[in-house]
Write a protein that binds this ligand. Structure first.
Ligand SMILES: *Cc1c(COP(=O)(O)O)cnc(C)c1O
Length: 215
């Protein structure tokens, strides 16, 4: 199957209200260009270095999403152009993001990453920590905190995945307002469940670009 055919297939099953982010990490620029030529504009990467290289070489109207853990010393490299950071997982990172956004005279869109998976390798904050950050949103005038990102446990147990998505969706509904309302959940193996549980953005890599050799 071709990249453009994969995109058509996924889009035909996705409600129009759900944004498709094509996760292009580890794939070459030619693959991104192919998806771009098929009309895709939102792309996600999980490493800063790779994101910068692709940003420099590819069309400037691409919306770049950062999905992976972001170290504070790397914020300055992406602050000028990044569209949305999905993986904001600490107050320390928010403070640096605010400073860099201000320096660049722009607003940066952010999602707060919630930890819902059972594995302890995944980054993210507890629901309580997210509520604490929301309570001091005013300290970050150059950041648009627009919602939550989460990753389910990597398991074949669909009930477990659904329970985790359902919990984060219920939490978002509790704290939601007119600006904090996005829910970035769902990857190649679990996006159907995520959409049923209220996803507004799915992050799909291998089902578009083919299987990667590594994560
Ligand atoms: C790699 C990655 C994805 C996409 O994973 P696929 O299984 O290839 O769809 C989504 N979100 C994050 C945070 C990722 O690192």
């Amino acid at each position: 199957m071709s990249i453009s055919q994969n995109l058509i297939d996924i889009k035909s099953q996705l409600p129009q209200t759900v944004e498709l982010i094509a996760v292009s990490k580890t794939n070459p620029e030619s693959a991104i260009q192919e998806a771009y030529d098929a009309g895709q504009r939102h792309f996600g990467e999980n490493k800063v270095q790779e994101l910068i290289g692709k940003y420099e070489n590819l069309p400037k109207d691409i919306y770049w999403h950062l999905l992976g853990h972001l170290q504070t010393n790397k914020v300055k490299y992406i602050a000028p152009f990044v569209h949305l950071i999905h993986s904001v997982d600490s107050e320390k990172l928010l403070i640096v993001l605010q400073k860099e956004a201000e320096k660049n005279n722009r607003s940066i869109n952010c999602l707060l990453q919630a930890k819902i998976a059972k594995e302890d390798t995944k980054f993210g904050m507890t629901f309580v920590e997210i509520e604490e950050i929301l309570a001091k949103r005013y300290e970050f005038p150059n950041l648009n905190l627009i919602g939550i990102m989460a990753m389910a446990t990597n398991t074949n147990d669909e009930d477990e995945v659904r329970a985790e998505f359902s919990a984060v969706s219920a939490f978002l509904n509790k704290v939601k307002d007119s600006t904090f309302k996005e829910l970035s959940i769902g990857m190649s193996d679990d996006w159907h469940i995520a959409v049923e549980e209220g996803s507004t953005m799915v992050r799909i890599g291998s089902s578009i670009f083919g299987r990667r050799n590594y994560l």
